[in-house]
Write a protein that binds this ligand. Structure first.
Ligand SMILES: O=C(O)c1ccccc1NCC(=O)[C@H](O)[C@H](O)COP(=O)(O)O
Length: 218
């Protein structure tokens, strides 16, 4: 039987963009707290409903299943909720606080809102959602020309949030790797971290050893 092994109660990890049962197994065995399923057709990590359901059903107790959606309408949201057992919704588009509240009410699940950061001006977006969303995913803004709002493997200047007083739970994201994670945590005080690109051999294909290394670094 698959078990989540998370000794010590350290920094909680989300591994995003899982696409195979082996990914779920590696993520659980490495001790991650969350697994992310990407519902965004343009992404190399996109999963259709059947695959998402298969992966979610395989997740052991203790590994929270997060559906990542970009500006979902109610029909899309209901379809995912009807078919896939989930623990959290991640909104990764231009959703407003009002839409976030609607998604929370409609799904009955906690909602994490991704906020993209590049400069100090972007911190206003954080103020909008910190303490309002159930979690805030503090991610990097996509680079020019990207067709994805997240999962681009780029970071942002961590000093922008180094002294911030947070109102609610949050997770650090954007270009995190097994190698830079210790510095990212030291600089920001993050207690939750998320990664995708650095844990792949090619875009959309995760590597169990990299997942293990990231969780070990956390
Ligand atoms: O991963 C994707 O392809 C993706 C597509 C559309 C919206 C969001 C997406 N990923 C969001 C995540 O939660 C990523 O883990 C996060 O942005 C960090 O990604 P990375 O910088 O690649 O580690």
């Amino acid at each position: 039987m698959l078990r989540v092994n998370r000794p010590g109660g350290g920094v909680r990890v989300k591994i995003c963009g899982l696409r195979t049962l082996a990914d779920v197994d590696a993520t659980a065995k490495a001790g991650a707290a969350y697994m992310g399923l990407v519902f965004f057709p343009k992404s190399p990590r996109h999963v259709d409903i059947d695959l998402a359901r298969t992966l979610a059903m395989a997740a052991p107790v203790g590994l929270a299943k997060v559906a990542l959606l970009v500006n979902p309408d109610d029909e899309t949201l209901d379809h995912v909720l009807d078919q896939v057992p989930l623990d959290m919704i991640q909104l990764h588009g231009s959703e407003t606080p009002e839409r976030l509240a609607e998604v929370r009410a409609r799904s009955g699940l906690p909602v994490m809102k991704a906020v993209g950061i590049r400069t100090a001006e972007d911190l206003a977006q954080l103020d909008q959602f910190d303490g309002v969303a159930d979690q805030v995913l503090v991610d990097a803004k996509p680079p020019a020309g990207s067709d994805r709002p997240g999962g681009n493997g780029v970071g942002f200047d961590w000093t922008l949030i180094a002294d911030r007083e947070w109102k609610g739970p949050w997770m650090l994201s954007g270009g995190l790797t097994p190698e830079n994670l210790a510095q990212a945590i030291a600089q920001t005080g993050a207690r939750q971290v998320d990664a995708s690109s650095s844990l792949e051999v090619v875009k959309g294909v995760k590597d169990a050893a990299k997942i293990a290394a990231f969780c070990a670094a956390a």
